[in-house]
Design a protein around this ligand. Sequence first.
Ligand code: AQP
Length: 326
Amino acid sequence: MARVFSGIQPTGEVHLGNYLGAVRRWVASQHTDEAIHCIVDLHAITIPKDPAELRAKTLEVTQVLVAAGLDPEVCTLFAQSQVAEHAELGWIMECTAAVGELRRMTQFKDKSDTAGFVSAALLTYPALQAADILLYDTEKVPVGDDQRQHIELARDLAVRFNRRFGDTFVIPAHAIPPVAARVMDLQAPERKMSKSLDSPQGTVLVLDDPKVIERKFTRAVTDSEAEVRYDPEAKPGVSNLLSILAAATDGDPVALAERYTRYGPLKADAAEAVIELLRPLQARFAELAADPTQTNGILALGADKARKTAGATMARVRDRLGLPAV
Ligand code: AQP
């Protein structure tokens, strides 16, 4: 049984990339691993957010995770800001990280190019992400491919801290799925599907109506050839459709390509597979969304469980650093 930790931001709407790259795997592993999952609201505020919207999104994302199959009695599910040790260890990780290595994070480069206001936290949040992971003696971090660089930073910081102060942290490893590790935008298949990019037609939301999902796939950008081939470099649009179909049907994108000679049927099958995959989640979400009090209760229960492990780690860290016990 491995200790597994992973998080999701309460920004925008949960999309197919989140689901295939991360959430679906969290659900699958909760019965075999010790799973801790977190709505990372402190990460979300690195870019200014409207408070009412943040509050509503935190509830909505929690409901989506539970609707997807995360069982709050089995795993630990909470909001990052409810466990103060995240911010505390985040500071210590900032003291462990070098400015140069934070500047090399590609997500910082991408976001600081487009953000109107570049907060200091936009640079330092990978140190907070390292803290999120290290706080729970995490062994495996199931994430999409976009998080690979951040998990490697978390490992580097853990190793550095252990060398300076003695064995303190478990060194985590990322677990990236073999298929659909990076689901691409249907309208701009050279960039990943993302909550924060303004691409409504290219982003398939897990709560989209089936008709909307069908339309988004029908209009997906492909290329001017007429050959179905899995080749992400040369044919990003078609390869993305094959990856999505493969992930949704537990198939293989290369083998699936051989079944198609035209783009239309591939788009139709990908849409249908996604609609079927999301159907149970959508039905369950409707029930959960009707009862926000229940969702707040789920988060409170998870935060209580999380605090126990987080508190023990922080006591160890304080002792190593020569900080007084609290
Ligand atoms: N396109 C994707 N394909 C596969 N996995 C993905 N993930 C995100 N996008 C894809 C994985 O989903 C988990 C939650 O990530 P997130 O909350 O950071 O989602 P996001 O869509 O990336 O959100 P934002 O607001 O647009 O964030 P930025 O701009 O920071 O990426 C993670 O495991 C992630 O790998």
